[in-house]
Design a protein around this ligand. Sequence first.
Ligand code: ADP
Ligand code: MG
Ligand code: ZN
Length: 477
Amino acid sequence: MSAFEPVIGLEVHAQLMTRTKIFCGCAVSVGGEPNTRTCPVCLGMPGALPVLNAEVVRLAVRAGLGTGCAIQTTSVFARKNYFYPDLPKGYQITQADLPICLDGQLLLDDGKVARIQRIHLEEDAGKSIHGATGTRVDLNRAGTPLVEIVGHPDLRSADEAVAYLRALRGILVTLGVCDGNMEEGSLRCDANVSVRPIGSAVFGTRVEIKNMNSFRSVRDAIMFEVERQVGLITDGDRVRQETRLWNVDLARTESMRSKEEAADYRYFPDPDLPPLHLDPAWLDAQRADLPELPAARKARYERDLGLDLRTATWLTDEPPRADAFDQSVAGMPDLAAPFAVFLMTQVQAQLQRVERTWPELVDAMPVLLRICGKWRGGQLSNKMLADLLQTGFADLTQPLATALTGAESQAGAVLSDDAALEPVVDAILAQFPGEVAKYRAGQKQLTGFFVGQAMRQLAGKADAKVITALLARKLDV
Ligand code: ADP
Ligand code: MG
Ligand code: ZN
């Protein structure tokens, strides 16, 4: 295994967040009765002519600008010819020789720069639904606008491929190009994988893996495929160029078609669509309209807010989460880093326990910040915080913000005044004379034991710092 190096290049399809399809006025929408969001253009009726949606162009340009591509002032639509029941025209409109964006790059977590070859525009096909009574075709998806982002084979491990995909997703979501939902198929990834002996200057034969709809699948599929290819080569066999599918249930890649079966698409410029020319002044305006991108945001979190790389990455990975975080900590830089860690640990742990989603959390952000502040300030003990979060998150009868506010008022106040805590501390010391003697003989670490005992007495609703101070006063005499 260690004698070989994986070589990976990703092809990512991102569904553009437009209201209507790429070449007609039909609505882009998930669901809906089959074949209701169709018209002569997306049904491929003879004589119906495509008209390019301007918003599609704007979003593709944003994708290109966000990934450092050179935007092409002239690009050309082409026909990719093949037969499939869910492709009514008998060809897909895409861009071949002259795509809209060329030569970009992505900055990965480990500081590596991975190059992007091209970004082109294309239309999605319809859907074939295979059922017990036969196969039906739904053309609602036909004509949905996509960009395909083709990466260079610069990635050298499954983790790097995941990092590439995460970086790309973060940019597309931040720019409002794509909603980034992999489960629903708005962001789809094919991975090209080959292996070569370490030190070799030439690439091995590649296999393209399709059908991965989560980061997890991308990582697992690549790891499986690398091992499979290394196995073939070590056994004296060779890797055949083919397309394989990721079978999630069996956790293995399976052959789909070999190179010999691959279609010859006979690309040619689509005579129904004129070349796409972009006005340089308009392009400048697009460039000026970009928000802060994830890499810059992450750098700002580390530099200005003192977040560590892991926390900064976690926040930035989900742009709406980072937006909500930015809004809630505006004007309180001191609380920013602890609040970020609070979100990534305590709140994330709750999310893994109950069915709450991040959008819901975004609304609850101000309440969470207040709770975090109280906890940091000692007005809530660890135990009280844990109980409060547990209760608030579990209450699915009302919005999270309301549920947390309710749990917060129920939590009550922490006991922190000496008068209330002193009798408890005295009782504990009287109960454990042996430990007191050991402490006085030098076993100072017994403080933890005494604090724990007192907290137990107080059902966790006390300020441990005050108890610690009381103990010191009584024992260190
Ligand atoms: P095609 O036009 O047949 O799809 P390309 O050469 O354009 O082929 O490559 C498509 C994808 O495959 C790109 O993402 C590229 O990075 C990747 N790729 C090309 N060669 C290799 C290789 N030997 N190993 C892994 N990935 C590769
Ligand atoms: Mg390809
Ligand atoms: Zn239509």
